[in-house]
Design a protein around this ligand. Sequence first.
Ligand code: DC
Length: 225
Amino acid sequence: MPNFHVAIDGPAGSGKSTISKRVAEELNLIHIDTGAMYRAITYVALKEGIDLDDEQAYDFVEMVKINYTNDKIYANGEDVTEKIRSDKVTKNVSKVSSFPTVRKHLVKIQKQAANGKNVIMDGRDIGSVVLVDADLKIFLTANVEERAKRRMLELHQKGLEIDLLTVIKDIEMRDLKDSTRKASPLIIPKDAIIVDTTDYSIEDTVQVIINEIVKKETYHGKREK
Ligand code: DC
């Protein structure tokens, strides 16, 4: 039965999703972007107009149906793939993802999604909480300026003008919230390999991770997802 799991964790803008997607394509793994799930819940919370600071208000998450297929994400049947990248969602997602009710629900979905499949999953707590027995754990990082430059480029490509300093501040704020929250904060799992991508291209990083995967005894080459 397929059950090879790669956990990719790291701070905002470290390239987790881009890299994971590429590795998945190369090695025929299923890619699961867990940040997109936290963003989907944030989108629904904003749409429903709940009080984002009130933990009790998050009971609704149990009812939210998240579907994740071929890099499209649906919340209660609505395609939210683009909507979850909005500035409003990005500004509020750290708060929403800090509530245990939200995390409990999504961790359950993520574990189910990986069970019996060959998966590369990226997020903040994958190696430490979701896939603690992953075959390989990678902690991707890069200095904040480089991460902000990448994010700015992404925003420019979408036609949004924003200055570097603002992006640096946003990223630092999100890093601080993600790594200091009580419920499963962003940490470096003790058995993770740290990959600093500051001076690496996407291609370099993809190759570093593929090299680590193929070294694993539990990896048996490209196979059924
Ligand atoms: O990877 P991203 O920037 O799309 O993630 C959005 C937010 O979701 C991030 O600021 C923290 C949260 N997150 C989390 O708490 N746990 C995860 N496994 C993935 C994301």
